[in-house]
Write a protein of this length. Structure first.
Ligand code: PLP
Length: 365
């Protein structure tokens, strides 16, 4: 697909391929929660959520309430978990039929107050337990007190989150987290005298610890095409392709400099291509000064000088490159966002979720 401006292409067939692949790793009875926080990891939350709903996922998850409200406004009907509600969110959560994750006594009290105001005695919610990530969630010693507070309104699911599911060097730690989750679940179920539905695994959890899929799994990065390991390169297909074009070419003599603060100095005759994309579009300054590389006519070209807000300059010396040519930042073929981001010491999650709203989206199959 040749482009005329900076464009993110969203390939929905790749999304389906990834969903099918991840589902093939779990049992047919296990429900699937698709994580669509942060604009569906930088893609397009409405288009992607509609497609996922159409493909039959059971649940969606967002980080913040506004993200869930936006999905409801666009007519998404399936259950939506809000992972990280804030204290003032609960009226909106209830009015838009979102399911809050309750992760602390403080946030539970705001939830209870909102239910009272709405004259509701029950409402679907989930409880998050901290089993070692030490980010959000109740811990084991909270269980007794928690049980008294939720005795009349049981959670629809309880869940936890693994901190290093992609790192098999940390297998012992992951197994300790799994044990802790099972132990907390058993205590809670005994206290409430019921069985509760559970979920634990994210993408790498599905790939590495599928024995612990419980009643549902949660996947984000895998749906967008990354398995956090090179061995999934042929099974998972990146959904996003980021392309731009060469706006202008400059032929520089030795000693000329490029960009703000003269970040690049030409040690020989150098050909520079200016691209219409910058740090405001999500290509951070860490990609500048020779770290990041883009594909120009199938060949790697280094990003030189400092990344500007709206532009990037690349060294195309010796490459067959002219104004108006296509430039690939990452695609679903030879050069993935994982490879691109590694050069600047970061990860696929960060580069794709940073792609700014100002870049044009193009939806294809
Ligand atoms: C973001 C997130 C996920 C998705 O993780 P992936 O590694 O992208 O699959 C799952 N669970 C929680 C709690 C999250 O915050």
């Amino acid at each position: 697909m040749p482009v005329k401006e900076t464009t993110v292409e969203i390939k929905l067939d790749n999304l389906k391929n990834n969903l099918d692949y991840l589902k093939s790793k779990i049992s047919r009875q296990t429900k699937f929660m698709a994580v669509v926080k942060a604009f569906s990891y930088g893609s397009d939350s409405i288009v992607v959520s509609e497609e996922l709903e159409r493909l039959g996922v059971d649940y969606l998850a967002v980080a913040y309430t506004k993200e869930g409200v936006d999905l409801r406004k666009f007519g998404i009907k399936i259950p939506i978990l809000v992972l990280h509600p804030q204290e003032n969110d609960f009226n909106e959560i209830i009015n838009h039929s979102l399911e809050p994750s309750i992760y602390s006594f403080r946030i539970l009290s705001f939830f209870v107050d909102a239910l009272k105001k709405e004259n509701k005695t029950t409402y679907p919610f989930q409880i998050k337990f901290n089993t070692g990530l030490n980010r959000l969630g109740f811990i084991k010693k909270d269980v007794q007190k928690l049980c008294k507070l939720i005795n009349l309104n049981h959670p629809k699911y309880i869940f936890s989150h693994l901190g290093a599911s992609e790192d098999l060097g940390e297998k012992n730690y992951s197994e300790k987290q799994i044990e802790e989750f099972i132990s907390i679940s058993e205590t809670l179920e005994k206290e409430l005298n019921t069985t509760l539905k559970k979920h634990l695994l994210n993408t790498s959890g599905i790939l590495n610890y599928s024995d612990y899929q419980f009643d549902m799994v949660r996947s984000g990065i895998g749906l967008y095409g990354f398995g956090n390991d090179i061995k999934y390169k042929n099974s998972l297909k990146p959904v996003l392709t980021l392309k731009t074009i060469v706006s202008q070419i400059h032929n520089l003599d030795t000693g000329s400099s490029v960009g703000y603060n003269r970040g690049f100095l030409a040690k020989k005759s150098t050909v520079i291509a200016t691209l219409p994309i910058g740090h405001a579009d999500g290509i951070g300054r860490q990609y500048g000064n020779g770290k990041g590389e883009v594909l120009v006519g199938g060949k790697l070209a280094k990003i030189v000088g400092n990344v500007c807000m709206d532009m990037i300059m690349v060294d195309v010396t010796g490459l067959n490159c002219k104004e108006g040519d296509d430039v690939i930042f990452f695609d679903d073929n030879s050069y993935s966002a994982e490879e691109f981001s590694k050069k600047a010491n970061t990860i696929s999650y960060e580069i794709i979720s940073s792609i700014s709203r100002r870049i044009k989206r193009k939806i294809t199959r």
